[in-house]
Design a binder for this molecule. Structure first.
Ligand code: FE
Length: 201
């Protein structure tokens, strides 16, 4: 492949996917059909606890994040696992069509799963939109804006005197002279190309 980085130019947003008992940050969301109840696709990393929950519940909500979203939302749904904490304890939720959605969002979409495709690393869920609402019409948080301003949303610390590799997607820190070529972020699943070297003397 000549340069895979072109895939980073795919325009994406940042969303929180929730089911009845858990949720996580997702970016691969698309409307893939027209009509009154369009189909919405979303890819969820298989290693994510939320992926199992969607499989069981057959229904999910997508809360659309705005630029003004609190770092706490990114931290809770992007950097922590529902296996370890109850994510819903940390945030303000509304109940819509039997599912929790984030109050701190531009609005939500509720979908019923009608199909799923195993893509290897992720499960691509195809959902039919059954309910939706707009809370406010302010700037949406795009994946690109998040990348350019991630220091405002995620916090990480590196140890002094050690060579650290920081995942630019989620803030996960790996210590070591070299980052192996096949390295995969254990927190968010991205490859080596998303890591930046930091050396604090
Ligand atoms: Fe990561």
């Amino acid at each position: 492949m000549k340069n895979k980085k072109i895939t980073r130019k795919i325009s994406q947003g940042v969303y929180v996917l929730t089911t009845s008992s858990g949720g996580c940050v997702v970016d691969a969301v698309s409307q893939v059909s027209a009509g009154d109840n369009p189909y919405i696709s979303v890819a969820v990393m298989k290693s994510n606890y939320t992926c199992e929950l969607v499989k069981k519940n057959k229904k999910f909500a997508l809360s659309v994040l705005g630029r003004d979203v609190s770092g706490n939302i990114i931290d809770t749904f992007g950097l922590k696992s529902g296996r370890d904490i109850d994510k819903f304890q940390n945030v303000d939720l509304l109940r819509e069509d039997d599912l929790p959605v984030l109050k701190d969002s531009l609005g939500y979409m509720i979908c019923e799963v009608i199909d799923q495709i195993d893509t290897g690393s992720h499960i691509l869920y195809i959902g039919k939109l059954v309910e939706a609402d707009v809370f406010k019409d302010t700037e949406v948080l795009t994946y690109q804006y998040y990348q350019e301003h991630k220091d405002e949303y995620i916090r990480f610390e590196t140890m002094k005197g050690k060579i650290a590799w920081v995942c630019t997607m989620c803030g996960y820190v790996y210590y070591g002279e070299i980052l192996p070529d096949d390295f995969i972020c254990s927190r968010c699943g991205v490859g080596k190309e998303y890591f930046e070297k930091r050396e604090d003397a």
